[in-house]
Design a protein around this ligand. Structure first.
Ligand SMILES: NC(=O)C1=CN([C@@H]2O[C@H](COP(=O)(O)OP(=O)(O)OC[C@H]3O[C@@H](n4cnc5c(N)ncnc54)[C@H](OP(=O)(O)O)[C@@H]3O)[C@@H](O)[C@H]2O)C=CC1
Ligand SMILES: Nc1c(N[C@@H]2O[C@H](COP(=O)(O)O)[C@@H](O)[C@H]2O)[nH]c(=O)[nH]c1=O
Length: 362
């Protein structure tokens, strides 16, 4: 299983959810007390990440400011300052930006090959965010603070890669649609629990923890299952399924019509394994649609197949609508003691693959 750092996402927002105004100068939302809180979060991190646009717009230093906090880091055996990290596709970064020129911290730039030149930093070949996190972990980063901006926050949240979210809410409105928002449109699949709310003068600080299920690994495999449905003919429901072993490794996949035109996705995936495969006892079934609970084309429903295979955990995106039958797959599995996790934030992607079915709309 790929290891990644703990990710804490931090932002200051206006009451209407903006990170900045649309002017050339940076909007300060935090007050002194709040900056001190942010400094504490930086000091507790191994690395701080911002998007390239934040470097271009704000020219941040990304340093721990308090000498006491710096001394505490050193006393604990950490470098004086956290590693600075940025992401860019364009490579458009000014070598004179304070990100590169202020402080002795290590600087990492994740970018496609050849686009970044002239900066005093280690340039690492970029693929996806998960690969960035795996690379940071391999470099010893265990706690990553993501400071923004909105494009970066949106990606971390929609990929389910945020463990903690700390939001400072300033008591005013920006009210300008040209200003950057905290997050853009997208599917936000993980739940958040409010664990602390603190008042710092006029600033409200809200601290959330991501719910453990669905995890980022669950989100990744469920999206793989949803993508598999693209292989299905538009005959009946177009569904994809992925089964993983206890270590998260994919052991089989399937989609509607795979192997036999009447096969359901879960059935097709299971048919590729030996009956009684011992990995199934700790497996997770990811399926884009709730497993069916009754059918005419084959003798056993997918719910029954999952029960018979001994799969203890099922993650799905879209609860079956009552188009053909009233499905009770989720309830039946739960009643049998199986763990069932529904991720409705991803249901729109499944509906999109099924608009050929009467009554299914986006
Ligand atoms: N209030 C607050 O707490 C904060 C406010 N801000 C504000 O946010 C605004 C900036 O936010 P925003 O415009 O959304 O930009 P971001 O800072 O999120 O940066 C976006 C840029 O980062 C790069 N990037 C993002 N994701 C990836 C990826 N997966 N792979 C490669 N490169 C990637 C791209 O750079 P490229 O274009 O070079 O390819 C992209 O254009 C500023 O106004 C700033 O003041 C920022 C941080 C905190
Ligand atoms: N404006 C704003 C934030 N902006 C963040 O702080 C960074 C500035 O870092 P530095 O140059 O080290 O002070 C900036 O690039 C952005 O990531 N953060 C907050 O907590 N509150 C605020 O009001």
């Amino acid at each position: 299983m790929i290891q990644r750092p703990h990710v804490l996402l931090s932002a200051a927002v206006s009451l209407d959810g903006y990170l900045d105004d649309a002017s050339d100068t940076r909007l300060v939302l935090s007050n002194e007390e709040d900056w001190a809180r942010v400094d504490g979060l930086r000091a507790a991190s191994d690395a701080i990440l911002v998007g390239a646009n934040t470097i271009r717009a704000d020219n941040p230093r990304l340093l721990v400011r308090s000498p006491e906090l710096v001394a505490k880091r050193v006393a604990e055996g950490s470098p004086e300052q956290p590693v600075k990290v940025t992401l860019t596709r364009s490579g458009s970064l000014d070598p004179a930006a304070q990100f590169f020129t202020v402080g002795d911290a290590e600087k990492l730039v994740y970018a496609p090959p050849g686009v970044v030149t002239g900066v005093k930093a280690t340039v690492v070949e970029l693929s996806g965010l998960r690969e960035v996190l795996a690379d940071l972990h391999a470099r010893g980063v265990r706690r990553l603070m993501v400071e923004g901006g909105g494009a970066v926050h949106t990606q971390f949240l929609t990929e389910g890669l945020v463990d903690e979210l700390h939001l400072a809410v300033a008591p005013f409105f920006v009210g300008d649609p040209n200003a950057p928002r905290f997050v853009g449109p997208g599917a936000f699949p993980r739940g958040l629990t409010l664990v602390e709310s603190t008042r710092l003068g006029d600033i409200a600080v809200l601290e959330y923890h991501a719910t453990p299920e669905p995890s980022d690994v669950d989100i990744r495999h469920l999206r793989e299952a949803i993508a598999l449905a693209e292989n299905c003919p538009p005959r009946t429901f177009r569904v994809g399924a992925v089964i993983t072993a206890a270590d998260g490794e994919v052991i089989t996949t399937g989609f509607s019509g795979d192997g036999d035109p009447a096969n359901h996705a879960e059935e097709a995936a299971l048919a590729k394994l030996e009956p009684g495969d011992p990995r199934l006892a700790e497996a997770t079934m990811y399926t884009s649609l709730e497993p069916c609970s009754s059918r005419t084309s084959h003798p056993r429903s997918c719910t029954q197949l999952i029960l018979d295979a001994g799969i203890p955990r099922v993650v799905f995106a879209w609860r079956e609508p009552s188009v053909f039958v009233d499905c009770v797959g989720a309830e039946t599995l739960e009643a049998a003691g199986r763990r069932v996790i529904e991720v409705p934030a991803l249901a729109a992607d499944v509906r999109r693959a099924n608009t050929h079915i009467p009554g299914v709309h986006l």
